[in-house]
Design a protein. Sequence first.
Length: 454
Amino acid sequence: MSPIPVAETIASLMPRARQELAELVAFRSVADFSQFPRSESEAAANWVADALRAEGFRDVALLDTPDGTQSVYGYLPGPEGAPTVLLYAHYDVQPPLDDAAWISPAFELTERDGRWYGRGAADCKGGFIMHLLALRALKADGGVPVGVKVIVEGSEEQGTGGLQQYAEAQPELLAADTIVIGDAGNFRLGLPTVTATLRGMTLLKVKIDTLAGNLHSGMFGGVAPDALAALIRLLDSLRAADGSTTVDGLASDAVWEGLQYPEADFRADAKVLEGVGLIGEGTVADRLWARPAVTVLGIDCPSVAGATPSVHASAGALISLRVPPGVDTAEAIKLLQAHLVAHTPWQARLELEVVGQGQPFQADTSSPAYASMAAAMEVAYPGQEMQVSGMGGSIPLCNTLTSLYPDAEMLLIGLSEPEAQIHAVNESVSPQELERLAVAEALFLVNYARSKRA
């Protein structure tokens, strides 16, 4: 099988891919049903299932997972004796955040300046379209040389673990020789990259109570313990003066030895305002891929508009802790909870609730699958060698699959390069990146099948 027909076929399929991505992006499939209708996620799941059936997948099913969402599964048999590859993506998305800040509607795929904008375009509805493109190209050029399982998750962004729990209860379902997670991204636009490590994560709700009810700040302020002030002090204890994460007992000095992330590039990618400093110490790669990071995701307190002169009786926050490879998330949670208890001021009442968690991940980059992907990416990206990087984000399913299938090789690729601005307003995908990665994935499947026959 020549790479030229594969690349030509995928190029010819790009208009169809754009239309399909537009249809998929249009579903407001945020798996937080307190904010978005369940029917939107269910419609997206059915769209994915129909797309798999149209490609000849068998056993296509909407899996009702324990967290109340649906994941979509399908199986495409390969030639006798061929290995099986599991392809992963997710159809759920982050909320659009501020609708007014989107230049074009969040759930309407819009082309602008050579990119396609829309929530989920890169993370990770585009990942599913990438899989479809690769498979269609192989079918048009002699057939898919491996057995293929596809699993498209419905609640990855929520971190509620539904698919992990389902897989643990049905371990034979997703068994494969190699797993390709289509939910990562190139280190830089046009630089082919496989992600080898992921930080784990936990989400922790924090609530502080100090009074039976709010009090007049003139009559009681200065003596009555203010819950909001207590919360601010508590959250501040999680950072050193330079912004480094400081959780008592949790190491924060690991070093990243691989591909480095120049500070100027990071500042540009993160759109750091001129004159504002970065937080922490060490290289950017150290801080981003090898060390823990606490982020305050939200605070429950009165808004400035309409605020009254009150000492507050209650306040709350949602905290994220990213857990570096080599650290057990369960142990990190215990340390974080103990830290919060120890640093709560004024004997305030503290309530803690873990609402999501996932383990960090580290891949074996010496496996045959990596060699197959490296060869494929060199063809898809002429003149570029495949790079291996870390990723600061979390994909909890990776560790579940690793524990269930310890002999399976795992690669992480995807469309979430820095310009994609995933999780932010104006998320976008590069159609050129989608095309090249689809070529790379198709050629990888060919290379991998050959390596298993050798």
